[in-house]
Design a protein around this ligand. Sequence first.
Ligand code: FAD
Length: 303
Amino acid sequence: MSFFDSIVRTTLPITPKPMVHFFARRYVAGAKLTDAIATVRRLSKEGCCATLDVLGESVSERQHAATAVAAYHEVIEAIAAEALPANISLKPTQMGLNIDYSFCRDNVAAVLERASAKGIFVRIDMEDSPTIDATLRLYHELIARFPKGTGVVMQTRMRRTLSDCAALAAEGASVRLCKGIYREPRPVAYEEREIIRRAYVHALRILLVGGAYVGIATHDEMLVCEALAMIQEFGMRADGYEFQMLLGVDPELRRIITDAGHKLRVYVPFGSHWYPYSVRRCRENPSIARAGIEAFLKGRMES
Ligand SMILES: Cc1cc2nc3c(=O)[nH]c(=O)nc-3n(C[C@H](O)[C@H](O)[C@H](O)COP(=O)(O)OP(=O)(O)OC[C@H]3O[C@@H](n4cnc5c(N)ncnc54)[C@H](O)[C@@H]3O)c2cc1C
């Protein structure tokens, strides 16, 4: 890690919010649903589909979870009104997981009920390691009520993921596979980038061979290459998997993948609760702070 990167990571907690917003604005579609819908329309013209995420997490008041449910209902109506190529992603702690499991399950079920009625899929994001068991339980309870209406996420950083993937593959689940963005203690998670990458390749193989539908969520070209090799090796049909990328990260790779005829979904977060998401993105890739500073200084000099 460069000296600049470690400075960015160390000073993030005390960086003024407007500055974090400036650095991270490319990762967030905007504050309003109309901003997100405009982004989905633009992505659709580029040949991509989307998953819409109403930003928010770790709610500690029931009212905030209820507000998030209402926001998702609006998203579902907006997607359905224009038949947009989009589904939704939500976080269990945004739905009240830290308050009470049953409360959270009922909230997610309410979203799923509305989404299923409109034929819209709901992905349950995976958060940090203490929430994994509850999130998998949530997924299993809801897939029993809404078959094919929901899916889950696996993080290859976690030591438990290979066995979780084997179980999910046997159930024919829809699984988004990613490296995992939360900082975790060594007993539960790998720390080295190369091991996390290796684990990604193993997990992807287990899922594809086992018959899961996989959302291959990465911007790591080595992993994209490994995925393409497996898709070819297993003679996968184009509707048997999809690639997934985050808004604002490597649009060129996005085009390369769609131009080659693969389905690609972009994760489009929006809303007023942008801060924790933006901090994670800046911590993950401090070079965006460098690019932001350069753009900021350039803007100043030009004005
Ligand atoms: C669609 C989607 C959904 C996700 N959902 C979850 C989830 O539910 N739970 C979870 O824990 N994590 C989630 N993640 C995040 C994921 O776990 C990783 O943290 C993230 O994708 C970076 O890993 P990578 O595989 O792209 O590899 P990296 O090695 O981190 O990145 C590969 C390359 O991509 C580029 N890149 C990566 N991140 C950035 C960035 N922030 N800014 C600019 N360039 C960047 C860089 O060029 C980098 O060299 C999701 C990611 C995606 C794409």
